[in-house]
Ligand binder design. Structure first.
Ligand SMILES: [Mg+2]
Length: 239
């Protein structure tokens, strides 16, 4: 494990594999959440006009996990059955191809992946997005945003029911074979904790954007807020 980014970058070679998470690492998803909440508002216009009016103005902020904080701000104290309706509506729309273009590339992320490509560092995307529901949209939007992508380097969850951290830890054996050094970049402590437990040789980078509640990233992970510093260090690497 490296102490900081400078040390990490000084150990890079063409036998280093970068493994890149997408949601809340390379792209921020708050605009996708906001779009879905507002669509839900439209869908209940006739049946729940008061709630519809409240949620039609909902704003989701960067670095908030999911849509829960927005819901609390705009429509606090909802009953259980309405909360469940919103959850179902959100799930169907969030895990689909339809709204991925709403995401916002995270600061420095597009340049970061392009630098990896320019400097000939191998990289793959490893995402908890389920392949059956989100593959075409993921390929299309990554390309539209300007991330270098192809079918072979996009690894997605084969089914929705596979738990994210299990999927990522399970597929790692396959991905890292033949590499001397692996840099694993993710925003979710649940993932980072399982990866480091099962693959202690993998070097972790924790993207501190937002994550599930009541979990902490391993202390050994190098923590970044965005990709700016990474980019300055990578630019000076001789390719
Ligand atoms: Mg993520």
């Amino acid at each position: 494990m490296y102490k900081n980014l400078t040390e990490l970058v000084s150990h890079l070679s063409e036998k280093t594999l970068f493994i890149l998470d997408i949601d809340s690492s390379l792209v921020l998803t708050h605009p996708r959440n906001e779009t879905i909440l507002r669509l839900f508002a439209q869908s209940i216009k006739a049946t729940r006009p008061d709630l519809s009016l409240l949620l039609a103005q909902a704003k989701c902020h960067p670095f908030e996990y999911g849509y829960f904080a927005a819901l609390e701000r705009y429509a606090p104290g909802l009953d259980e059955s309405t909360t469940e309706d919103i959850r179902q509506y959100w799930k169907t729309h969030f895990f689909s191809n339809q709204f991925l273009h709403c995401d916002l590339p995270h600061e420095g992320a597009i340049e970061f992946v392009n630098l990896l490509k320019q400097k000939n560092f191998p990289f793959v995307y490893l995402t908890g997005r389920p392949s059956n529901l989100m593959r075409p949209g993921t390929l299309q939007t990554l390309q539209d945003f300007g991330f270098p992508v192809s079918d072979e380097i996009l690894h997605m969850k084969p089914s929705e029911t596979y738990v994210d951290e299990s999927f990522k830890a399970d597929i790692l054996n396959q991905l890292i074979a033949g590499y001397d050094n692996v840099i694993f970049i993710d925003n979710e402590p649940r993932v980072l904790n399982l990866v480091t437990q099962l693959h202690p040789q993998v070097n972790l980078v924790f993207v501190d954007t937002c994550h599930s509640p009541n979990v902490t990233a391993p202390a050994s992970a190098v923590k970044i807020k965005n990709f700016s510093e990474f980019n300055s260090l990578l630019r000076s690497v001789i390719s």
